[in-house]
Design a protein around this ligand. Structure first.
Ligand code: UDP
Length: 328
């Protein structure tokens, strides 16, 4: 008899000490699951697991997904796997391109190989980065992808995550592995760090300190932000549905906002005296850097599959990050 309120009980989460992974841990523990995390704590933090660690249904294994042995043991113990471990953040990707490619490709190769041995359902977290420079929004899962030159390291991130998608789909096609791919769009919330580039925690910290807000480029580029609570609901819903295998889903928010308007909104909501400071991309990153102009998900597919729609507004996202940043 399972105590879980979901159709599975034992869950393995790679990258579970990370921002999204740790919220997934909390949500699954709250639903009565037994949760094991594999994380090498390279970008994740054990503090993200502060409440989980007190729970007897939780286990943390500090290891890399590049190491097959702990992965094999943990996979044996699990009913389903959420593969969230990946190189994260534009800054890290630009500064450490080798690690980005090796972690994303080698790690996913191992996770899928272990899942395949035991035929365990696996959700592979991918990214909206794979849509690349497409300018027609919203992005649909079957759209063509437009990537830039290999000279620019940012595209290695998109390509490495795309290889993850190809490999997961190949395992599904060839071996019948129940693998599902989710493309996450700019997920934001408490515990996200601005250290690796993420714009909302960075702007919030700058606004609270009344320092200049570092808008890259002219700030006309847009993003569609998603509260981590909505993202977690979507991830769990897809795996629980049992009918998402072999498919790719977008998962994100609804409101497209320019980075300039985002900066103004954060200033307004924090009552900050900060001013906008426009920084050219080549100064923010390097001369090989390329940004995307627009990014908006089409959520029709995930809505049809599990009735997903985001519940949190952009203002909720900002207020939650402000509350968290004030408390840190
Ligand atoms: N950005 C910015 N200032 C910052 C950090 C990011 O203007 O301090 C911009 C960045 O150029 C991009 C957007 O905010 O256009 C979102 O950046 P982030 O790194 O959060 O995510 P991305 O969508 O680029 O992966």
């Amino acid at each position: 008899m399972t105590k879980s309120t979901l159709p599975f009980e034992r869950v393995l989460i790679t990258g579970g000490a990370g921002f999204i992974g740790s919220h997934l841990v909390d949500a699954l523990l709250a639903q009565g699951c037994k949760v094991e995390v594999i994380d090498d704590l390279s970008t994740g933090s054990v503090h993200n697991l502060d409440s989980a660690i007190a729970n007897p249904n939780f286990k943390l294994t500090v290891a890399s997904v590049l190491d097959s042995q702990p992965l094999a043991i943990a996979t044996d113990r699990a009913d389903v796997i959420f593969h969230m471990a990946a190189a994260v953040g534009v800054r890290l990707i630009v500064e450490n391109p080798v690690r980005t490619i090796e972690t994303n490709i080698g790690g996913t190769e191992n996770v899928l190989a272990e899942a395949r041995k035991k035929n365990k359902p696996v959700l592979v977290a991918s990214t909206s980065e794979v849509y690349g420079k497409r300018s027609e929004v919203p992005f649909r899962e079957d759209d063509d992808l437009i990537l830039g030159a290999s000279r620019r390291p940012r595209w290695a991130y998109a390509c490495s995550k795309l290889m993850d998608e190809f490999l997961a789909l190949a395992h599904h096609r060839q071996n019948g592995l129940p693998a599902t791919i989710v493309r996450l769009f700019n997920t934001v919330g408490p515990r996200q760090t601005g250290r690796y580039g993420m714009v909302i925690p960075r702007f919030v910290s700058q606004a609270l300190a009344n320092q200049p807000i570092s808008v890259y480029g002219d700030g006309s580029q847009t993003r569609t932000f998603c509260h981590v609570a909505d993202a977690v609901r979507g991830l769990v819903g897809l795996v629980a549905s049992g009918s998402a295998a072999g498919q790719v889903f977008n998962l994100g928010g609804e409101r497209e906002v320019s980075i300039r308007d985002l900066a103004q909104l954060i200033i307004a909501r924090t009552g900050s005296s900060s001013q906008l400071e426009f920084i050219p991309f080549e100064k923010a990153y390097d001369e090989d850097f390329e940004d995307m102009q627009r990014r908006v998900p089409d959520l029709t597919k995930i809505n049809r599959a599990i009735g997903y729609q985001p519940l949190k507004k952009l203002e909720d996202v900002i207020d939650d990050v402000v509350g968290y940043t004030r408390g840190v």
